[in-house]
Ligand binder design. Sequence first.
Ligand code: SF4
Ligand code: SF4
Length: 330
Amino acid sequence: LVEVPTIYPTGSEKQLIQVLTGKEVPSGGLPLDIGMVCHNVGTAYAVYRAVEFDQPLISRYVTIAGSVAHARNLEVLIGTPLGNLIEECGGNRHTLRRLIVGGPMMGTAMHSDAVPVVKTTNCVLVESTVHDVPLPSRDEYAMPCIRCGNCARACPVNLLPQQMYWYARARDFDKIQDHNLFDCIECGCCDYVCPSQIPLVGYYRYAKSEIWDQEAEKRQADLARQRHQFREFRLQREKQERAERHKKKRSAVAKGGSDEKKAAIEAAMARVRAKKAGQDSAPKNTDNLTPAQQRQVDEADARRQARQRKENPAKDTGESQAANTQDRPQ
Ligand code: SF4
Ligand code: SF4
């Protein structure tokens, strides 16, 4: 066990490493870059439960403090409304003035006590209209920066908060990154000491979210461009493959295709001839009649001729006979 001196902000991993070991994590780097890994107790416990018992993360330890009768640490299920935690610690959710998730300097004010506990909720600070606690408060309106330099002197990361503030206001996100915006741990020290009550951390958070949005848009645009380029490449490749297939076909036809074609035509004609010959040689339905069947056919012919003579006596008998012969079924 090591005793950690009470210096704000020592909860942040980079500051904790510096306080305990004297080593500084390089700008834009990770503790791993100097051979260290920093986990908080809750994370280590969650890893232990996941590895040893296959348990997913369904709860976490949360500190409830401020205007409550019994400030304490509770293990709560993820998704539990903050109002339930306040009541559990003897607070009154109906007299809330302000509810902050996180520490008094770095926390975020919540708009409702119905907000649930999530996996990053570590602390809930309650400010009541009845028993007030000294949470940092600000005037309603910020005043202009007077370049006093208090913020720069208070910054534990040796940044230039007032410069970053100007660049964030001007939406000059390149310049603000040149001033190491992403090294800012949002500790709120600059905010706290600023005599002009400028919500500096709010400006840094705004700048970071804008930069992340721009990077996400750029990634999307890059992906879209890559997809478009690949589509163009694929269409071109297919066109070339088609052209090569046609070229091969043409050359094959030029070489010996005419003989093959002639052979195919000959084969088709032979099939037609064979089919026709088969039809000619097929037996007709008046061939090979029995004497009784032949007699029935003759009688039918005689009846037809008689009927035609009766209907048209002037017609030449020879002509009728010829017609009857043609009409007779084969
Ligand atoms: S502390 Fe406030 S007023 Fe002073 S330089 Fe920083 S931003 Fe400006
Ligand atoms: S919040 Fe302000 S004081 Fe804290 S690291 Fe960022 S710039 Fe420095």
